[in-house]
Design a protein around this ligand. Structure first.
Ligand SMILES: [Zn+2]
Length: 189
């Protein structure tokens, strides 16, 4: 399937102050959050709150902490991550960069997106059962066993979810490959 180049380079942007409070989000960020069922993170509800209220998932806060520390030490951090919707694959490139007075900017530019058949597991309106499934916050692969992570379409088949009426709940984490990649970027300069 051909990918669609982002026609007008969607850019999502937010900033934190020296105390890690969110002080600004751009309009595109708010529009994107709303369009993607991120209703709880609309702009007026996040300004003034701690970034750490929104960073969850096993091992993720630790990586963000390291990224922010590195950025404030004068070394911007850049990486790509997937931010998919049930019917879209999307790749963003994020740059974490410090400004004056400890302000840190998180800027994400959409590199590409492509449509796909709807993946029920990622639909936030889907009925959930008591099971839990881990999704990597960086590559959006899904853990089907302890050390086995697969693209969501393959994981859904492997976990026998294609015809299931209810889906497991999703919890975010980071897969070993993405963790290794981030740790390399976060090595002391
Ligand atoms: Zn990953």
């Amino acid at each position: 399937m051909a990918t669609t180049e982002a026609a007008h380079a969607l850019t999502l942007n937010y900033r934190i102050d020296a105390d890690d409070r969110i002080i600004a989000v751009n309009d595109a960020w708010g529009e994107f959050a709303e369009a993607n069922d991120g209703g709880e993170v609309v702009a007026d509800k996040v300004i003034g709150r701690s970034l750490w209220d929104f960073v969850s998932g096993e091992g993720i806060a630790e990586l963000y902490w390291q990224m922010i520390r590195r950025a404030r030490a004068g070394h911007p951090v850049e990486f790509t991550y997937r931010c998919d919707a049930p019917e879209w694959r999307r790749l963003f490139r994020m740059t974490v960069r410090a400004h004056e007075h400890g302000v840190v900017e998180f800027r994400s530019v959409l590199e590409w997106e492509e449509p796909r058949p709807k993946v029920q597991l990622l639909d936030c309106h889907q009925t959930r059962d008591a099971r839990w499934t881990r999704v990597c916050s960086w590559c959006q692969q899904v853990a089907v066993a302890d050390e086995v992570w697969l693209p969501v379409e393959e994981a859904v088949a492997r976990l026998d979810l294609l015809a299931a009426e209810t889906m497991p709940q999703l919890t975010h984490g980071i897969c070993p490959a993405c963790r290794d990649g981030m740790m390399r970027k976060l090595q002391p300069a």
